[in-house]
Design a protein around this ligand. Structure first.
Ligand SMILES: Nc1ncnc2c1ncn2[C@@H]1O[C@H](COP(=O)(O)OP(=O)(O)OP(=O)(O)O)[C@@H](O)[C@H]1O
Ligand SMILES: [Mg+2]
Length: 249
């Protein structure tokens, strides 16, 4: 294959992102092949959300490049190729829309300028809500959900979009055991169907099962490669500022 689809699904080169005087990412380079699930691990403040947002085209890097399936993040977003599931505390709970409308946003790029939902858009919304186990709550206002339910609505929005690269920021946070298993199964299904996912998580038990490769982040990339080689006690000690006995250095 040649053309923009021939290379990696996600390629980040020498990315530096600053928030005023905070350097959140410094010279980060990662590459994720199509059809792969890649985990993103690191302590609070290590830059995981910043990296995912830069890949989704939601913030501008100071230096470096991001390519999604050979396109800029803006192009990829316009074409609906990249889906982003934010960390749940970034959601405006007072936004006056119901669950089905939030999920329908995943279809906007297909709906044209007037954003009129067609039957296939409604069907995609229903199917996505069903996959995350929220079909019963389609008419509920988004602010009147539990945190774990809201998290699953955002996943449903990305599913309805049918994106080829899905960026998920801590999708398991606040989920109960049953929902964690359901979301894990959904993500496995996406990868089996050929999608690429990048998922940040603090859940190191779920990681090896879900992600064949991982990146350990601490403003820079500390380690990257097969998950078993990346998530080692030595590397985790380095990434979390702990010594091998588990106390903070
Ligand atoms: N809007 C912002 N303005 C200023 N600094 C920010 C902003 N967002 C994040 N930061 C800083 O950038 C760094 C990276 O933050 P980021 O949210 O990417 O980390 P994270 O790895 O996602 O952390 P967590 O595990 O807590 O979600 C941190 O030092 C954080 O304080
Ligand atoms: Mg974060």
């Amino acid at each position: 294959m040649s053309g923009p689809d021939a290379g990696p699904a996600l390629e980040v080169r020498d990315l530096t992102v600053r928030y005023r005087d905070v350097v959140a990412l410094d010279g980060v380079s990662i590459s994720v092949e199509p059809g792969q699930a890649c985990g993103l691990v690191g302590m609070n403040g290590s830059g995981k959300s910043t990296l995912l947002q830069a890949c989704a085209g939601l913030l501008r890097p100071r230096r470096g490049t991001v390519r999604v399936l050979g396109r800029t993040p803006d192009e990829a977003r316009r074409d609906g190729l990249v889906g982003y599931v934010p960390q749940v505390d970034q959601v405006d709970k007072d936004f006056p829309v119901v669950v089905a409308d939030v999920v329908l946003m995943g279809r906007y790029h297909r709906m044209g300028g007037r954003r009129r939902a067609r039957p296939e858009d409604r069907a995609a919304v229903d199917a996505a809500l069903d996959r995350v186990g929220l079909a019963d709550l389609a008419g509920r206002q988004i602010g009147r959900l539990s945190g774990g339910q809201r998290q699953r609505v955002l996943l449903a929005r990305a599913l309805a979009q049918d994106a080829r690269l899905l960026l998920l920021d801590e999708p398991f946070t606040g989920l109960d055991v049953v929902s964690t298993e359901a979301v894990t199964a959904v993500l496995h299904g996406l990868v089996a169907a050929g999608a690429t996912i990048v998922v940040s998580t603090h859940d190191l038990r779920t990681l090896p099962d879900l992600c064949r490769t991982s990146v350990l982040l601490h403003r820079t990339v500390l380690a990257a490669g097969p998950t078993a080689d990346v998530v080692t006690p030595e590397n985790l000690a380095l990434a979390f500022g702990l010594d091998r006995r588990g106390s903070v250095r």
